[in-house]
Design a binder for this molecule. Structure first.
Ligand SMILES: C[S@@+](CC[C@H](N)C(=O)[O-])C[C@H]1O[C@@H](n2cnc3c(N)ncnc32)[C@H](O)[C@@H]1O
Length: 253
């Protein structure tokens, strides 16, 4: 029985990222075409093939950025406490899966009571829901509810978001704050209205000229809330990912 449950343990790299790479390895010289179809990761995806391609091209980057961000925050404090995860513009819920993976890797044991996945692409959201359900084999989230909110950010209302003041909230903004199709002021107001108590924000983003929205998002909260333990990093990360140009796993930036 032990052997079976060990083999069944779903981890992000082996069970989500690598299978999508295998599905996409046939992509030939038209890499640029694929990246354009995905709008360089920002598209609201409408087919399963594009969902696979998104994970194959960006899943490794996102995993390493998130893992680094999680490491820079003190998640020890969540051990044994009730946690809500809210994954904004979640796509296929990679950030939630990577966070659970991070807890497993580091033997952290919060009690995840609810997971809210917010995403306008129905197909990406459903795949995300399925990935998260696979991760629910772990005790830390076995009892959690998973709620899907199939909406664009600007269409959200407080009624879509259920939260308890006593729980710690972890908000995941993985490569979404820089997407310019929604209002940061509106999002800020919604978060203030809907999530009372202790809130932790993890925001990752492509660097360069797209980071101005990240600064704006931070400024909105620094003017309205008490912020502590702020960590900002633009350090490059060198990790192994599948690189379609060389068709191998390479250490790249
Ligand atoms: C770069 S992807 C990030 C997806 C996911 N957070 C991740 O880390 O893989 C951008 C996501 O934003 C979603 N999106 C685009 N416009 C949006 C909007 N106005 N409101 C909410 N989500 C939006 C897309 O559907 C896509 O899933």
């Amino acid at each position: 029985m032990n052997r079976l449950s060990l083999e069944a343990n779903v981890r992000f790299i082996n069970n989500i990222y690598k299978p999508c790479i295998e599905n996409c390895k046939v992509i030939g010289g038209d890499i640029q075409n694929v990246l354009e179809t995905l709008d360089h990761g920002k598209a609201v995806l409408d087919t399963g093939v594009k969902c696979d391609q998104y994970i194959a091209f960006y899943g490794g980057h996102h995993f390493h950025k998130l893992f680094t961000a999680f490491t820079s925050t003190n998640f020890q404090y969540t051990n044994g406490k009730n946690l809500e995860i809210i994954d904004w513009g979640c796509g296929q819920a990679l950030a939630t899966c990577v966070l659970i993976d991070y807890f497993v890797e580091n033997n952290l044991n919060p009690n995840i009571v609810s997971i809210t996945l917010i995403e306008p692409s129905q197909i990406a959201l459903k795949r995300g829901y399925n990935f998260v359900c696979q991760m629910r084999q772990y005790k830390l989230c076995a009892g959690s509810t998973v709620q899907m909110v199939n909406k664009y950010m600007d269409d959200l209302s407080p009624n879509d978001l259920v939260s308890d003041i006593k729980n710690i909230k972890v908000h995941l903004f993985s490569n979404i704050i820089d997407v310019e199709t929604f209002s940061l002021d509106k999002l800020h107001g919604l978060v203030l209205n809907s999530f009372q108590g202790l809130n932790r924000f993890i925001c990752t983003s492509p660097g360069g000229d797209r980071s101005h929205r990240l600064s704006k998002f931070h400024n909105l909260f620094s003017q309205s809330c008490q912020i502590s333990n702020l960590v900002i990093s633009e350090e490059p990360i060198y990790k192994e990912i599948f690189y379609f140009k060389t068709r191998r796993y390479n250490h790249i930036k």
